[in-house]
Design a protein around this ligand. Sequence first.
Ligand SMILES: Nc1ncnc2c1ncn2[C@@H]1O[C@H](COP(=O)(O)OP(=O)(O)O)[C@@H](O)[C@H]1O
Ligand SMILES: [Mg+2]
Length: 340
Amino acid sequence: MNKKSFLKELEKIKYPGLEKSIVQMKVVKEITSKNGKAIILLSMQNDEAYLKVKSTIEDTFGDSVKVKRVTPIKKSINYGNTSCPNNRAPYAKRVIAVTSGKGGVGKSTVSVNLSIALAQKGFKIGLLDADVYGPNIPRMIGTAHEKLQWNENDKIVPSENFGIKIMSVAMTTPSSDTPLVWRSSVAVSALIQFLEDVEWGDLDFLVIDMPPGTGDIQLTMAQELPITAGVIVTTPQPVALDDVSRAIMMFKDINVPIGGLVENMSYFIAPDTKKRYDIFGSGGGEEIARRYSIPFLGQIPLDMQIREFSDKGTPPVALGNSDQKSCYKQIVKNLLNEIV
Ligand SMILES: Nc1ncnc2c1ncn2[C@@H]1O[C@H](COP(=O)(O)OP(=O)(O)O)[C@@H](O)[C@H]1O
Ligand SMILES: [Mg+2]
């Protein structure tokens, strides 16, 4: 087999977790031959991905090949130094990281509506769905049917809807019920690729829907990006507030400035009687904001239409009623007051 036919075969091997081949991903550095064996040199950082690719190549070609590896020179990752992070997104003037203590509190809904409200003010917005545990931005913004695409410059083309550019880890899985079974190291390299290899263009804001909690991914993002502001989403009940306190403490520990706290599902107005019910208690968010001296950005009621709009991919800030629009817009106004 000559080099050309080897390359042709290698083109059929996908990079683990992606639709692109290892040739397209430019990890095949060299094909040489020695003692009648082809030596394929791969340049791969990630151990797990390398072992997968190596065994696929060995299964394909059998004894006629030997797979070797060079580890690419790591771009300077200054671990533990979040006070002077790298900048993987130099195209973005500001980076907003939306996070929460736990899942299900409305972090993604807030990310989507906050991004669109910013776009409605004329800002250029990119929204990165970095929640590897529950990447549901595409559904909420009506782009769930889209697949990963590359342009002629080998850059990933983001989806676009409601005036913003969108990229989600969900786009790397073939269907919406395929779980992302990623170790955090794989998730981190995928996210860094989304920062570096997506054709975002110039952005006024890159909004990131972070995974909930206080883990590896949050820490790495704080090391790899100069985050302008963290926006923390919580619901008002004490168990959620316990978790959100940890998220606030983590941001403070890793030097991420906190843009403020959003209280979601704050109260419920019965559509028939207009009576207000504080389902998860009241005042919890404001109290936490006071306790940690962070800005309180606003409340969003528990509203069945917000859920329905989000499930349909028609965000309430764009297509909802005036009350729904105004609560997100008020939050954006308060946030801009804090950070611009
Ligand atoms: N203010 C709200 N009123 C009603 N439903 C909401 C509200 N905010 C979010 N939801 C719904 O709650 C669920 C969880 O919200 P989501 O944004 O996915 O949370 P997270 O990203 O924190 O896991 C979704 O079904 C969403 O549509
Ligand atoms: Mg979410």
